[in-house]
Design a protein around this ligand. Sequence first.
Ligand SMILES: C[S@@+](CC[C@H](N)C(=O)[O-])C[C@H]1O[C@@H](n2cnc3c(N)ncnc32)[C@H](O)[C@@H]1O
Length: 379
Amino acid sequence: MAMATSMCTNIATAASCLQRSSLRSCEPTSSSVSNLASWQSKSVKLFSNSYSKSVGNGFAKESGKGSGAARATVTVDRELNPEPRSNLDREEENSTSELLCCPICHKPLQRTGPSGLTQNAIRSSGFSCHSCRRKFSNRGDYVDLTILDGTRVYDENTTAGAEIFRSPVVSFVYERGWRQNFARAGFPGPDEEFKMAQNYFKSVQGGVILDVSCGSGLFTRRFAQSGDFSSVIALDFSENMLRQSNEFIRQDPSLANSNIALVRADVARLPFATGSIDAVHAGAALHCWPSPAAGMAEIARILKPGGVFVATTFLTPLPIIDFGNKDIRKAIKGAISSSTLRYWDEAELEELMGVCGLVEYTRVRLNQFIMVSAKRAKE
Ligand SMILES: C[S@@+](CC[C@H](N)C(=O)[O-])C[C@H]1O[C@@H](n2cnc3c(N)ncnc32)[C@H](O)[C@@H]1O
């Protein structure tokens, strides 16, 4: 309750700032914070069928720091130029520009515009799936790869835990007061949590990291600034969190031309090829997902063998008491969880990760805070 009260005070202050803010397309439809939860080719380069060759330099796989740097490329359309696939071709097809796939059929997306996973390249690109006859929207701040992108009539309400973060006010106040309240539950704070995660990700440095449920991008920016990864993909379901992320990125000169791409998607239907991502980070998010099991399965699917997953979430404040009956504990846990927050038992987390094929489970705990890590099993 104390946490909620303090959160409201901080939020009220930040909410009044919002009226003066420049957050684009984020006008609240209600002035009341209590109403938040209700706000709800030829010139086409085929991702699957084309590849890039570095001019005069043989093949060059995008790797290491600063992959956003411009390089001269020649695109060869395989449909027009069928030729036997060499190992080098296959390696190139795995490059960072070819990870995005259709959220419906999981086939590679076709893209018009520059290749690469930088914000500038994504901003000037169009994405479509020929197989599903779908075009996906480029909203400027982010590319929308949700299944329901562009629907006019059909809509789905997710859980309150997911919906609340779609609000412009919550997106605005998130890093300006809301997130700080997690310290009361034991969260060490973004700087310390980032260092801890960075430690877990050592074995996959130089690869592509997905910051799933990135919120306003507090970890996305740190991952990009660290130079530890060739690409940082920031993904969230909330349009306004992505707009806020973009705003923070634009305001930070150290992130000009950085290797960040912003994508809107549902963690339960990730628009990435199977086995294509080196690292996945999910800060303070598992407890908000409508189906943590579907999200975890998707994360396991997209991770490369040996790829690393790191997440933080809230443990139940319930002491580990043996109530003598599993159902009693479950009922009490349900009663203390709110409609917007699912509290976890550590055993649940470990089991869920295990059934999704993640191995080498490890964790750090502090009061209700837990950081868990596991790897995609090697084939
Ligand atoms: C508490 S915030 C966490 C933000 C940030 N990662 C952090 O560590 O503070 C939870 C985020 O999960 C996102 N989220 C909720 N449901 C989601 C879904 N189905 N798919 C992707 N993201 C989702 C919300 O939009 C919100 O930005």
